[in-house]
Design a protein around this ligand. Structure first.
Ligand code: BES
Ligand code: ZN
Length: 425
């Protein structure tokens, strides 16, 4: 179980919380009633930007197990790593680490690589050792393209204005961090917006996916398949944002209001067109990606445990900053090469955009959670790795920093709709 934000934030902000709006009723899967604790903390709060406290009953342990890329360790300040790893493979090393030094480690990562936190913290060694295992092999499958009329209809319906509206609304929440009251609000807001698409359609439902370890909920819109409902296609992106710790505004317009907005636009055109897919489509706004892929880790693991047949997953994270020559880039590591090739064919056949590839070099977003659980996943991205938006994880990640338009994002909405139609058929 990943526990990163919990410990980091509770240490750094010393339990501070304020400005949570009245009427918030947390409801955790774990069955722990944290309302009293939250109320007490809110009363005692000083001024830490609406941060909600740790759920009761999860005291911070003194040590955790951190898994990190070895190349990162080598490049970091040696003072952070005067110790031998307790386990390692070619790429990843695991260290026992004092909880109260995690903040310094995250800070070192941010200064060296502009990645925060850039490592995973686990509360047991057993959980950390999972990170050393190769992900389960994904069985190969055939991808066919024969839904031309459907795809062209959907692509023609995509508009920039609804995408802009979602980016504006989401980036207006001061900080969508998974432990912030405003992060909880943003998730609730998206649930309400998506619920509008379910009215008048008995095959469409919207539900939160609740997480035991943090209050922000993931948002799931399901279009139940008309022929093979047990087969599921997942499309989504994270809804949380980050910009350092504490009271800093984190508009996260590109990272990742843009991906959530594109996910919603794909839903909107599918509903508007009256499309009824054969397979089940699940559109998901993932909570707590910036805290270490925690929302998607919970969901993908739950799906695997329940034996859900996920036909494919498309991750949309940072899709509105046109930093490079080509239109769409696919991440080639921690993704399915077969499905990436299928997405390239979708573009060539129906959309006519230019596309390229990039590598993250680490499990940089929610696609990695699906790969880890043996599901074919892909990650469509705005640019090359080097030319991505320089504003992310800062208060300057605004729509204005993306040129104030959604021209770039709209391409990804067309791709998502095409993917839904050809994989969901
Ligand atoms: N959208 C980013 C990932 C990203 C950034 C991909 C730049 C390509 C270029 C994502 O939200 C993020 O910030 N991920 C974290 C890692 C995660 C495990 C916390 C990161 O990159 O530090
Ligand atoms: Zn990010």
């Amino acid at each position: 179980m990943r526990i990163l934000t919990g410990f980091l934030l509770s240490l750094i902000l010393a339990g501070g919380a304020s400005a949570a709006r009245a009427g918030y009723t947390p409801d955790f899967d774990s069955g722990i009633d944290v309302r009293l604790a939250i109320e007490a903390a809110l009363e005692a709060a000083s001024s830490a930007g609406g941060l909600l406290p740790e759920p009761q009953g999860r005291p911070a342990p003194e040590t955790v197990w951190v898994s990190m890329e070895k190349s990162d360790v080598a490049a970091l300040d040696g003072a952070l790593f005067k110790r031998a790893p307790v386990a390692q493979n070619k790429r990843i090393a695991i260290y026992e680490y004092e909880t109260d030094r995690l903040a310094a480690l995250a800070d070192g990562m941010q200064r060296s690589f502009y990645r925060a936190p850039g490592f995973f913290a686990h509360d047991t060694l057993e959980s950390a050792l999972e990170d050393l295992k190769a992900p389960p092999a994904v069985p190969s499958r055939a991808y066919t393209l024969d839904q031309a009329a459907r795809v062209r209809d959907l692509a023609a319906r995509v508009k920039e204005e609804p995408v802009l509206a979602v980016i504006n609304a989401m980036s207006a929440f001061k900080n969508r961090g998974s432990r912030y009251a405003t992060g909880v609000d943003a998730s609730k807001w998206l649930q309400k917006e998506w619920a509008k698409f379910a009215s008048g359609r008995s095959d469409i439902s919207v539900a939160p996916f609740k997480h035991a370890a943090f209050p922000q909920e993931s948002v799931v819109l399901t279009v139940r398949g008309a022929v093979e409902p047990e087969k599921v296609v997942v499309i989504g992106g994270h809804i949380d944002s980050v910009a350092g710790y504490g009271d800093t505004p984190a508009p996260g317009a590109d990272d990742n209001a843009s991906g959530a907005a594109v996910t919603q636009e794909a839903i909107r055109v599918l509903v508007e067109s009256g499309y009824r897919p054969s397979k089940t489509l699940k559109f998901i706004g993932f909570a707590a990606e910036e805290a270490g892929l925690r929302g998607s880790a919970d969901i993908a693991a739950a799906f695997k445990k329940e034996g859900v047949q996920v036909e494919g997953m498309l991750n949309l994270d940072m899709v509105n900053y046109k930093g490079s020559e080509k239109d769409i880039y696919f991440v080639t590591d921690n993704t399915s090469a077969d499905q990436n090739a299928f997405l390239g064919r979708l573009i060539d056949t129906y959309l006519g955009y230019t596309w390229g590839t990039l590598k993250c070099g680490y499990g940089c977003s929610d696609h990695a959670s699906w790969t880890k659980n043996g599901y074919p996943s892909s990650y469509a991205f705005e640019s090359t790795f080097e030319q991505h938006s320089p504003f992310i994880h800062k208060p300057t990640d605004t729509l204005g920093s993306c040129g104030g338009s959604a021209v770039h994002a709209a391409k990804f909405a067309r791709l998502a709709a095409a993917y839904a139609a050809e994989l969901g058929k």
